[in-house]
Ligand binder design. Structure first.
Ligand code: GLA
Length: 393
């Protein structure tokens, strides 16, 4: 009996000791986890930004990571109002064109930082036919429809849901577009999720569903100036575009319907090339675009999200790489910037002081039978992702 008692007593002491050791171990793990979480923590903060002339309240969210990247996004137009990233000396500076107040954004402007929908780029004469029925869209670019129309998604209030988890911060925006809004059929529910990560990348995930057959081509219209100095043109930046072909356009920037090989043209960016090199070339397409304002046919269209294009500013050392699952990318060299719109701290945005890399389907796809389809059917999930990744070299 005594032997048995001693045995039980001994066993209990041993178990207690083991338990204490284990507990200490897990406490240590927890501590370690907390420190890592703190180190990798990406924050998101909400503030009231203002009220539109129509009386709608607008909030602004600041997403910050531990690597010096900070992005401000407002619920009006899902607009990126500010994007700061470090240069090669580690100094974070503004690299996206923007205004310093809401009122300026509500006045006409060329889609600075905005979400574009329902249809990025141009639709000829603002018309297209689906199942034999012709739709007339709101036109806003001569006789054509551009970037979703005069009251496109860039001027709508989105509802927002924020989330933070370890080393990512996400802002999920939602907008419900009514049937026939700006002339587009179908009651459309759209989500755009911005995710800031600790590798200095910003993911933009677009999702949508419709209750009627429609067309859809969402994109993001930020203007980058990687030098961090908005008084400087973007002409010294090196551009790379992984595309063998281009979508050539007519004088109204409407596709001709054929694709053009970029070999031996100013549009060959398969190896890095300085924007200024050929932007004034005596070339029919350059003339029509007033510089670069074209959609490139990206390679590897069956590969899902892959490298599409990059911009590199040798002075600041900033490199922006764009990854997407989309078939095309519009590279626009800010040709319509004309020194009339105010910069944040005085001065105005002059000709070619910002560049856009808008991932998308080809322009006028609803009227071009040989282009990849932009039709969205009820029951289908529209889902596409683009990543803007910043680094230095
Ligand atoms: C797009 C178009 C350009 C121009 C800008 C906004 O990128 O392709 O032609 O309309 O938007 O000014």
């Amino acid at each position: 009996m005594n032997v048995l008692k001693r045995c039980i007593y001994g066993f209990s002491i041993l178990s207690l000791a083991l338990l204490t050791i284990e507990c200490k171990g897990s406490q240590k793990d927890e501590k370690q986890e907390n420190t890592t979480q703190k180190k990798n923590n990406v924050s998101i903060e909400k503030k009231e930004y203002g009220t539109t002339p129509a009386g709608q309240k607008v909030d602004i969210y600041t997403l910050k990571n531990q690597k010096g990247m900070e992005v401000n996004i407002m619920t009006y137009g899902g607009i990126i109002t500010s994007l700061k990233v470090p240069n090669k000396a580690g100094v974070s500076e503004e690299v996206a064109i923007g205004f310093n107040n809401l009122e300026q954004y509500t006045k006409p402007n060329p889609y600075f930082g905005a979400l574009i929908g329902r249809f990025g780029n141009r639709i000829a004469k603002g018309k297209f036919t689906l199942d034999g029925k012709e739709y007339q869209l709101a036109t806003n670019n001569g006789k054509n429809a551009l970037h979703g129309g005069p009251e496109g998604f860039h001027r709508r209030i989105w509802t927002a849901e924020e989330a933070k988890g370890g080393d990512v911060a996400t802002l999920k925006l939602k907008y419900i577009s009514k049937d026939m809004e700006e002339g587009y059929p179908g009651h459309l529910t759209v989500f755009v999720t911005y995710t800031l990560k600790n590798d200095n990348s910003l993911d933009v995930l677009y999702e949508a569903t419709t209750d009627k057959k429609t067309v859809l081509n969402l994109t993001q219209h930020s203007y980058f100036n990687l030098s961090g100095d908005f008084s400087k043109p973007i002409l010294n930046d090196e551009i790379t575009i992984d595309a063998d072909k281009l979508v050539p356009v007519d004088a109204d920037l409407i596709p001709t319907g054929k694709l053009m090989d970029v070999t031996n043209t100013p549009f060959d960016f398969r190896k890095p090339k300085v924007i200024g090199k050929d932007i004034e070339a005596k070339d029919d397409q350059i003339k029509k675009g007033l510089g670069y304002d074209h959609c490139w046919v990206l390679n590897n269209q069956d590969k899902g999200e892959r490298f599409a294009a990059s911009a590199y500013n040798p002075t600041s050392g900033r490199l922006l790489e764009v990854f997407t699952d989309q078939p095309g990318i519009q590279f626009y060299s800010g040709n319509f910037l004309d020194g009339t719109l105010p910069m944040r701290n005085g001065g105005t945005y002059a000709h070619r002081t910002g560049l856009c890399l808008e991932t998308q389907h080809y322009p006028d796809s609803p009227n071009q039978k040989d282009f990849p389809t932009t039709v969205l059917n009820p029951g289908e999930n529209y889902k596409t992702k683009t990543t803007f990744k910043f680094s230095v070299k």
